[in-house]
Design a protein around this ligand. Structure first.
Ligand SMILES: [Cu+2]
Length: 163
């Protein structure tokens, strides 16, 4: 009897195994924002250790709108383009970093101050949604490109001053 019960329990557990979390999120961080800023960026590294998947949406309570963006150069101008469904290939980490992919927080509800933390929720096509804690670093932290949002009028940030 006991053996039968255990076997049944194992079978029931299998779907849970099949949907085990296969995406890892490393070092989610954001740049501090100025008191009046309405936009901010979140960076991290996503690694898919399971089957091919997609990051389909992002959300955070600190922002009215959150989107995945990619900074690209078009005709010598840096632009940010929304990414609809970011492909995640097993074993190929996708790095979100200043000047490339980032989670764009828009309509910020509060200032992001160094040392603060806030949650963001990542929704995938296959893996279960994940909520991770983002740590706020100094405004110019860990990235060579501090003007990644220049040229993106939607964010309301002034263009970078020329040297
Ligand atoms: Cu952006």
């Amino acid at each position: 009897m006991l053996k039968t019960y255990l076997a049944a329990a194992l079978l029931l557990a299998l779907p849970g195994v099949a949907t085990a979390q296969t995406i890892t999120v490393e070092k989610p961080w954001a740049r501090a924002t100025s008191p009046s800023a309405k936009a901010g960026g979140v960076f991290m590294t996503l690694t898919d250790t399971g089957v091919p998947d997609k990051l389909v949406s992002v959300a955070s309570p600190v922002a009215g709108v959150a989107e995945v963006h990619r900074t690209v150069e078009q005709n010598g101008v840096m632009k940010m383009l929304p990414v609809e469904g970011l492909d995640l290939a097993p074993g190929k980490p996708v790095v979100f970093a200043p000047g490339g992919y980032h989670v764009m927080l828009m309509d910020l509800k509060r200032q992001l101050k160094p040392g603060d933390t806030f949650p963001i929720t990542l929704t995938f096509a296959k893996a279960a949604p994940m909520t991770v804690t983002v740590k706020v670093e100094a405004a110019g932290a860990a990235g060579p490109s501090q003007d990644m949002h220049s040229g993106h009028a939607m964010h309301g940030t002034p263009p970078a001053t020329k040297p």
